[in-house]
Write a protein that binds this ligand. Structure first.
Ligand code: NAP
Length: 251
């Protein structure tokens, strides 16, 4: 295995957009750490795919909202690959549609923990490994935000939208903080994408029901988001940092 092959960590890589990122990264010959929370079988199926393609990959169970589990996740990357080139901060959840004044504290703490704290833990651990100021070789971080950060999620999930707004602020600040240390930090903002996240928020038909609100009049695929993420992660985007790529059909 050539040592210049890049190593990518995809959080929440087992299903949906993260899975599409892993599949495309396998095609592009990355070495991979596929993080998941529950979906062991789905993660293992990606290991099989990687194996068939001659790509080195590991699957690591870790709840990104638990700092000790995130620390262990990065230690596994250290021991297996000895470096990290790309972090795709993708793990995220929504809850059932609700007005803000009906959101209970358990729900609020859970979504803040996964969507914000988890992304910060992972970005911080990645920066410590990538920064040229601490002996690293530079790298790229792509945060998976949402067009909801701009729309605000009224009557559905303001809590979710605000976590993505926080991710956007982190993207802007961290991009500036580490730009001179060889690390680029960017974000994609997907719109309505066909994944199971909508069913997990109690609305399996959400994409088709809301497609008429999209200028392109359709939902997007996880693969369409993955192309944008892989481009931002790549050397083709070498002068791009602190940028946001809306993958939302014009919404
Ligand atoms: P999904 O199909 O529900 O997949 C979510 C992924 O995140 C799964 O791999 C899941 O792991 C993982 N995950 C959940 N909680 C986790 C935790 N605590 N620790 C580690 N991994 C965890 O969702 P998706 O639609 O692909 O969403 C991926 C990202 O895109 C999210 O950040 C979401 O906010 C964002 N996004 C999605 C859309 C959309 O329309 N789909 C639009 C805008 C933004 P398990 O499989 O193990 O449960």
């Amino acid at each position: 295995m050539p040592t210049d092959q890049k190593v990518m960590l995809v959080t929440g890589g087992s299903r949906g957009i993260g899975r599409a990122v892993v599949e495309l990264a396998i095609e592009q010959n990355y070495r991979l750490c596929i993080n998941y929370a529950q979906a062991k079988r789905e993660a293992e199926s990606l290991l099989e795919l990687a194996g068939k393609s001659g790509v080195e990959a590991i699957a690591v169970k870790a709840d990104v909202s638990e700092k000790n589990q995130t620390d262990e996740l990065f230690k596994k990357i250290d021991s297996r690959f000895g470096k990290l080139d790309v972090l795709v901060n993708n793990a995220g959840i929504v809850a059932n549609a609700s007005r803000l004044d009906a959101i209970d504290d358990d729900r609020l703490q859970k979504i803040l923990g996964i969507n914000i704290s988890g992304a910060v833990y992972c970005a911080a651990a990645a920066v410590r490994r990538m920064s040229t100021a601490s002996g690293g070789r530079g790298g790229s971080i792509v945060n998976v935000s949402s067009i909801a950060a701009q729309l605000g999620g009224p009557n559905e999930y303001i809590d979710y939208a605000m976590t993505k707004g926080a991710l956007d602020s982190m993207t802007t600040g961290l991009a500036k903080e580490v730009a001179s240390e060889g690390i680029r930090v960017n974000a994609v903002r997907p719109g309505l994408i066909y994944t199971d996240i909508h069913a997990s928020g109690g609305a399996p038909d959400r994409v088709d029901k809301l497609a008429h609100l999209v200028p392109m009049q359709r939902g997007g695929t996880a693969r369409e988001v993955a192309y944008a993420i892989l481009w931002l992660a790549s050397d083709e985007a070498s002068y791009v940092t602190g940028s946001f790529l809306n993958v939302s059909g014009g919404r």
